[in-house]
Design a protein around this ligand. Structure first.
Ligand code: HEC
Length: 244
């Protein structure tokens, strides 16, 4: 038998030993070392979380991972508009848009159409302006969300547009300039609501602190709900997501 064969046997033995260790330890994790006198403490909630908490101090780490892992990089337009800085928006417009657009009431069309009363208006609504075929075919109106998508990447939002402008990459800059468009729109629609905090929370494997009003969604686990051993990876967020 070659060296390779011996390695295989050794590997198999090692795997078996590890498997047996897991089998011995798992009941302790699930039922606790006190499983023997289980009768005494009926009435108390003994969730897996609590046991993990008591035995491994996992509780703190799960809670931390939940907040650190929140999807903070998903852009919340409503929140950005709520704190938008109009004077920055005006400066950005002057620097990046005014070469092609006027925004005063009845202002002349330039390379681009006049942008007074843009928010809430239909796309391509300026009668005398020679829009691209793509813009003329574009459906819907300039809602805040559509303006955001348009100004982030004009060429991909309306493929074939004649607006040769790379886009405003920084989220807050875009919100500032959109707020400036709204300030130059008579009876502009209300800004979209900032997202409620609960929606920003991660959906999977999250431990919801007992004192929040948030309803756990599908896939979320409330501390007291867990009675089963974790599926593979269910406890993993505590290890994978490093709190920053
Ligand atoms: C290089 C010139 C140019 C620049 C710079 C430019 N635009 Fe435009 N813009 C255009 C043109 C041309 C169109 C018409 C596009 C079409 O028909 O496909 C347009 C269309 C638009 C529309 C749609 C208007 C409508 O009536 O449907 C909006 C909104 C808009 N631009 C906003 C902006 C903002 C805000 C900026 C600055 C951040 C900007 N643009 C920068 C040329 C420009």
């Amino acid at each position: 038998m070659g060296e390779l064969g011996l390695n295989k046997i050794f590997g198999a033995l090692l795997a078996t030993a590890l498997g047996m260790m897991a089998l011995i330890e798992l009941p302790k994790v699930i039922f606790g070392d006190s499983a023997a006198h289980h009768g005494d403490d009926h009435g108390e909630v003994h969730s897996l979380s609590e046991k993990m908490c008591a035995q491994f101090h996992y509780c703190v780490e799960i809670a931390e991972a939940a907040s650190a892992g929140a999807v903070e990089d998903v852009f919340d337009l409503g929140a950005a508009l709520a704190i938008a800085d109009l004077s920055r928006g005006e400066r950005l417009f002057a620097g990046q848009c005014a070469t092609c657009h006027t925004i005063t009431p009845g202002g002349a069309n330039g390379t681009g159409p006049n942008l007074h009363n843009t928010v809430g208006a239909s796309k391509a609504h300026i009668a005398g302006f020679n829009y691209s075929a793509a813009m003329n075919a574009a459906e819907g109106e300039w809602s805040y969300e559509n303006l955001d998508a348009w100004l982030k990447a004009p060429a991909s939002y309306v493929r074939g547009t004649s607006m040769s402008f790379a886009g405003v990459k920084r989220d807050q800059d875009r919100a500032n300039v959109i707020a400036y468009l709204a300030a130059n729109t008579e009876n502009a629609p209300a800004f979209p609501e900032p997202r409620p905090a609960a929606e920003e929370a991660p959906a999977d494997g999250e431990a919801v602190p007992a004192d929040t009003a948030a309803e756990p969604g599908e896939g979320e686990t409330e501390a007291t709900d867990i009675e089963l051993p974790p599926a593979e990876g269910e406890i993993a967020p505590a290890e994978e997501v490093e709190p920053t």
